[in-house]
Design a protein around this ligand. Structure first.
Ligand SMILES: [Fe+2]
Ligand SMILES: [Fe+2]
Length: 212
């Protein structure tokens, strides 16, 4: 359906559906999952650790989709709305890849995914109220933080888990591209303490999603 003819209620239902589908369903990716299927470490402790990290990444992608959908709700220019919805759709590949890997490792996604999604929609919608350039700045900062976080995961993932590493490496390359796109679209730098608060919120989410 043409998004311009959706009523606010339709849009809310649409958001709820996207959040629930992303949280628990197995979305189909537009690009194949990076790496060789099934490869994993033979040590169960390392496998469990990798599953925890991929669960965090999956929750992070749910949050990214929520942020961009929320920002699109309050963005002013149609071009910005379109760019944000496009970014949310591209994160769909990452979401699907993380889910594939969680399944391969015999684990499950975060039970709190709907909460991460709903909270992110709200935060994104508030960020959008500060104007399109600030909203794009929020997107650039989100991507920068996600990229740093993925670099940290590459340090922490088991060296013999080539499949998870290939997925995270491709995600990291994509996030760098998303950040550049936001800057090219006119993103402004966010003033402190906003980036610090974003890091704090991300720490709460990642710390919890590793376990729950
Ligand atoms: Fe992503
Ligand atoms: Fe991204």
């Amino acid at each position: 359906m043409d998004p311009r003819v959706l009523s606010p209620f339709d849009r809310l239902l649409d958001l709820a559906e996207t959040g629930l589908r992303g949280s628990f369903a197995r979305p189909v990716s537009s690009r194949p999952t990076p790496g060789i299927p099934g490869i994993q470490s033979d040590d169960p402790v390392r496998r469990r650790h990798a599953a925890g990290l991929m669960r965090v990444n999956h929750a992070g992608e749910i949050a990214a989709q929520g942020l961009y959908q929320g920002q699109a709700l309050t963005a002013r220019r149609p071009e910005t709305q379109a760019a944000l919805r496009q970014a949310a759709a591209e994160e769909g590949d990452h979401l699907a890849w993380c889910r594939v890997r969680i399944d391969e490792l015999g684990s499950r996604p975060s039970l709190l995914n709907p909460l991460w999604y709903a909270g992110s929609v709200a935060i994104g919608a508030i960020a959008g109220l500060f104007g399109d350039q600030a909203s794009l700045g929020f997107m650039a900062e989100t991507e920068r933080q996600v990229e740093g976080h993925l670099a940290d995961h590459l340090d922490r993932l088991p060296a013999d888990d080539q499949r998870s590493r290939a997925i995270v490496e491709q995600m990291q390359a994509d996030e760098i591209g998303h950040g550049r796109a936001a800057l090219a679209a006119g993103a402004t730098m966010l003033p402190e303490p906003v980036p610090r608060l974003m890091r704090l919120a991300a720490r709460v989410m990642t710390g919890t999603a590793y376990w729950i």
